[in-house]
Design a binder for this molecule. Structure first.
Ligand code: ZN
Length: 283
């Protein structure tokens, strides 16, 4: 079942692109296990489940896909380490709403980590990756592109060239600098935090707003300011950014979309005078 809602005149769909399991320590950063295991039960290897939740916005003029997902270009070892299950895929999800990858004309990447952009290419033959959304322009921050094409010792386990270099070779990438309106109603803001040039994506229509938070808040269990991930490159920046974004989210009643939550792809942010929390969106 594909969940959907309306934002003004836009239709917003919460797609699936499978699931994977990450080490709970990595997923909850400095939060001790005695605290995070009250929120989510780890498996026998201390891993917790993450879904891949790409978001589709149909504006009437454009079909905008945000963070296509995990994809399936993984070897046996990776599948085992991350317990990857790439079903239903983003392509299966599109089929469920009567669409194909060819219908997508805009892809926006919050950042280029494999679990967000893996689904943007597929193996045509072993070692040869080709674009999946071949009619789409892929909007990527220039700084993120630079970092992802020159991974360092800390980031090389998360940036895989086959997920985005083929897009550039096919002429499907538009590099953007800073906060940009991509088409009327669809815009990005650079947040940093998770990666240096990480961006979030807004869909705005008739005074209503949906925002895709990408790596800023991955799940309901990461709404609390201090609950950052071990994978966040700049966790202190994320904490500051969350406060600022939460204030705007509450003031403007944003529908906040969560990339990796297994149960709640969309929430509203709440504040009780002391702590930030959430309310799941009722579809
Ligand atoms: Zn990431």
């Amino acid at each position: 079942m594909i969940k959907s809602t309306k934002i003004g005149d836009y239709e917003v769909f919460f797609l699936h692109d499978g699931e994977f399991w990450l080490d709970g320590g990595g997923y909850f950063g400095v939060i001790p296990k005695v605290m995070w295991e009250r929120l989510v039960a780890p498996d026998e290897k201390n891993r917790v489940v993450l879904k891949s939740n790409p978001m589709l916005v149909k504006t009437g003029e454009h079909n905008v896909l945000i963070d296509p997902g995990l994809g399936n270009k993984y070897n046996e070892k990776q599948v085992k380490i991350w317990k990857i299950k790439n079903e239903p895929s983003v392509i299966d999800s599109l089929a469920q709403i009567g669409m194909t990858p060819d219908d997508i004309d805009i892809v926006v990447a919050t950042h280029l980590h494999f679990d967000h952009m893996g689904a943007s290419t597929r193996w045509q033959e072993p070692g040869v990756a080709v674009p999946v959304f071949k009619n789409a322009t892929h909007y990527i921050q220039r700084g993120e592109w630079e970092d992802a094409t020159h991974p360092d010792v800390r980031t090389k386990g998360t940036y895989f060239l086959e997920n985005y270099v083929p897009l550039m070779e096919a002429g499907l990438v538009e590099l953007i600098d800073g906060d940009v309106e991509i088409v009327p109603g669809i815009s990005v803001e650079v947040t940093g935090g998770h990666t240096k040039h990480h961006q979030i994506v807004f869909a705005r229509s008739r005074g209503e707003t949906a925002v895709y938070f990408g790596g800023i808040v991955s799940s309901i269990n990461h709404v609390r300011i201090a609950y950052t991930m071990g994978f966040d490159l700049y966790p202190v920046e994320i904490m500051q950014k969350r406060r600022e974004l939460y204030e705007r989210a509450i003031a403007e009643n944003w529908l906040v979309c969560l990339e990796h939550d297994p149960d709640y792809p969309a929430i509203h942010i709440k504040f009780d005078g002391k702590h930030y929390s959430y309310e799941p969106y009722q579809f």
